[in-house]
Design a protein. Structure first.
Length: 72
């Protein structure tokens, strides 16, 4: 199994962007499916993905208890 193409993503934080994708099963393992999304280096979609990653790291840190705060 192997499929490839492009898909458009609607994201309220960084706006719409298009990513390339590839879906395949590695040789010898028909039960495993691997899906890869890609963005061209330096492209607006790549910058949007980096911005989402930074946002998600900041958002997840707000949800984690701060061990220093628990010690005091």
């Amino acid at each position: 199994m192997r499929h490839a193409g492009c898909h458009r993503n609607g994201e309220s934080i960084v706006g719409d962007f298009t990513l390339g994708y590839e879906v395949f099963s590695p040789a010898g393992d028909k039960d495993l499916v691997v899906a890869l999304d890609t963005a061209e280096p330096g492209s607006p979609p790549e910058r949007g993905l980096h911005q989402l990653a930074r946002w998600s790291i900041g958002a997840s840190s707000l949800l984690r208890p701060d061990s220093a705060a628990l010690d005091g």
